[in-house]
Structure formats: C-alpha cells, structure tokens
Ligand binder design. Structure first.
Ligand SMILES: *Cc1c(COP(=O)(O)O)cnc(C)c1O
Length: 338
C-alpha cells in the first residue's frame, strides 16, 4: 500500500525510537520532566515566542488557544474552510462558548478589508471580537501558503483593534521550507501559534502552542482542566525534539514529491489538479471522469493507493516522510491504469 491519506501516518524514525527509550523523564504536571522542558524551550525559540507548551494534538492546541484568548460570548473570525471551523467537531462553540463568524478567502488568505469590516465595535447589541484565527498552510485549500504580506496586513488591522491573532500552523514548517524562510517570519504576525509535531515532521504524538509567558501560563491551566496535563511524557517529547531539529529541512522533499505527483496527474486524461501544489498536498479533481471522489478512492485502494475524499469530486493526496519518489512514480502508474 502507498499511503497518501495524510502526513499524520508517518511512523517514528529509528532515531526517534532510540530517543524515546533514552529520554530522561519526570512528572510534567510538577514541571519536572526535563525532556518536555527542553522541547518547549526549543520550540519557543524556533517560533520566536517567549514560551511554549507541549499538548497532545493539534486540535487540543487550537482549542486551548481559543479558550485562553476568549471568554464565552465572544465572536471568533476565521476562514470558512479553516480546520478550527470545519474539522474540530464544533469544539470552540461547545467548550469556549464562542460564536464563529466565517469569512471567505483567496486560497486561504482572507482579505484584510473584510477582517477590518468584521471586527465589532462598542454597540451593546453586538458580541465582542475575541480572536482572529489564521491557518498556514491551509489544509482545505490544498496546502496553500498564505502569503506573508497578507498575514502582515491582517496583523496590522487586528493590532489596531486590540484583537489577538492565533495561527493554526499545523503545517507551518512546510510553508517556511517552501518559501525558504524561517518560521519566525510568519509567527511575527501572530500572537500565538500551534504547530503539529506529528504531521510532516514525523513525531508519533503531539503539538506545540507558543505565545507570551502570560498566555502560556494561562494555557497550561486550560490544558490541565481539559485533562491534558501529562506525567512522565518525556518519552513523547523526545521524538518531538528530533522532529524540530532533524526533520524540518527534509520537508522540501515532500513538497517536491507533491509537485511531481501533481505534474504526473495533470497528464492523465480525465483527471485534473485543483490546487497550485504550494507544499505537500495535491487535490485531484475527478469530475471530468464523472466519478464521485468516494468511488474513486475505493478504486485507488483496491489498486494499492490510499487517499481521502475531500469533496464530492475532490480527492486529497498528501506526501510525507514514509513515501519515496519511487513510490510516487508507482502511484502515478496505478492512477494511470485505473
Ligand atoms: C491536522 C490539523 C490539525 C489538527 O491536528 P490533530 O493533531 O490531528 O488534532 C489542525 N489544523 C490543521 C490545519 C490540520 O491540518
């Protein structure tokens, strides 16, 4: 099987497993796990923030961030296809008690003028705007890179109105590597950020949220409230350290493999590529073939390639550490055949 369902399917590397075995541990609820502390310091530094917090998943990181930024009754501005709105089970409404206000975008980049217009004033009829959420790369827009200039413009509008920005940067490193920039260049335009260690970076578990000391202090309490306070979890943080120190640069290979896959698919009659393949995601459009994406995904699976349905006639394929260029060629052969 060639598994292109997601970059979450990567298995920990040999170096990660070794680091897990050897990790020094302690009780992290008492702040006594040296490996977790090391990961958090490293992540805060890379992301250009004062402090960072190790959390169990990207979803938990986003949820803790919304809970920490907002109070119930706030309104959160976010892109209409964002992960926080689309794929987190309505959790920000259920847990943080906020209402969502979605905005459309150009490939994940919301218009700063629309943001400006959507930020609430002082009218007693209106909710207060508690937070703006950005996503980079943007998953449902096919791993699209939200341009730095757009992030900067939104940050300026938001700062002017004293509204904080949270960046869902589950795949931020894919964007940074593709643009040959440091992640700090992106995170300078956000108050807080969530990054996934368990996607393209290959760690088995975990995400990081980063922000000011004050923010992370309060986020730590929300994490505990949600049952996310971990004990001897240095065994989980150890592969996270490797993810951040050894696995970033190689994301360029995943991005290249996705380009190669996209180019190959463009040459197959009846299929087209619906995104610009900025990073490691290819969105395949099956409409010309007249086949619903779910049927197409079944056919692919029978032939040994795993992908996911991403809309009625859209299939998502994601490249990652555990698929080689040779396997991409093999998958293209299979796609051609069916
Ligand atoms: C995967 C993903 C998440 C959530 O991460 P989990 O670890 O699966 O909870 C959040 N945001 C985006 C954009 C993602 O792609």
């Amino acid at each position: 099987m060639i598994d292109l369902r997601s970059d979450t399917v990567t298995k920990p590397t040999e170096a990660m497993r070794k680091a897990m075995y050897e990790a020094e541990v302690g009780d992290d609820v008492y702040r006594e796990d040296p490996t977790i502390s090391k990961l958090e310091e490293l992540a805060a530094d890379l992301l250009g923030k004062e402090d960072a917090l190790f959390v169990t998943s990207g979803t938990q990181g986003n949820q803790i961030s919304v809970l920490t930024h907002c109070v119930s009754g706030n309104e959160v501005l976010l892109e209409k296809d964002s992960h926080i709105f689309y794929y987190e089970g309505g959790a920000i409404s259920a847990f943080a008690g906020v209402q969502t206000r979605t905005l459309s975008s150009d490939k994940g980049a919301m218009d700063p003028t629309d943001i400006q217009a959507a930020i609430r004033g002082n009218d007693i009829h209106e909710p207060e705007t508690g937070l703006i959420c950005l996503e980079n790369t943007h998953n449902r827009w096919g791993g699209a890179i939200v341009p730095l200039a757009n992030m900067k413009a939104i940050f300026e509008v938001a700062s002017h109105a004293y509204v904080p920005i949270h960046l869902d940067g589950a795949r931020l490193f894919n964007a940074a590597v593709a643009e040959r920039k440091s992640v700090r260049e992106f995170t300078q335009y956000t108050n807080t950020v969530q990054i996934c260690l368990s996607k393209g970076l290959g760690a088995p578990v975990g995400s990081i949220i980063a922000g000011s000391n004050e923010f992370i202090g309060r986020a730590r309490k929300w994490r505990k409230r949600l049952g996310g306070g971990l004990r001897q979890a240095g065994v989980l943080a150890a592969p996270g350290i490797i993810a951040l120190t050894e696995m970033v640069d190689r994301l360029a290979i995943d991005n290249e493999n996705a380009k190669h896959l996209g180019e190959g698919i463009k040459n197959i009659p009846g299929l087209s590529v619906a995104n610009s393949v900025d990073t490691n995601i290819v969105l395949v459009d099956t409409s010309e073939k007249g086949i619903p994406s779910k049927t197409y995904v079944e056919k692919l699976k029978e032939a040994g390639v795993l992908a996911v349905s991403f809309g009625p006639t859209t299939v998502r394929m994601t490249t990652h550490y555990d698929v080689t260029k040779e396997q991409i060629d093999e998958a293209l052969g299979t796609i051609q055949k069916i």
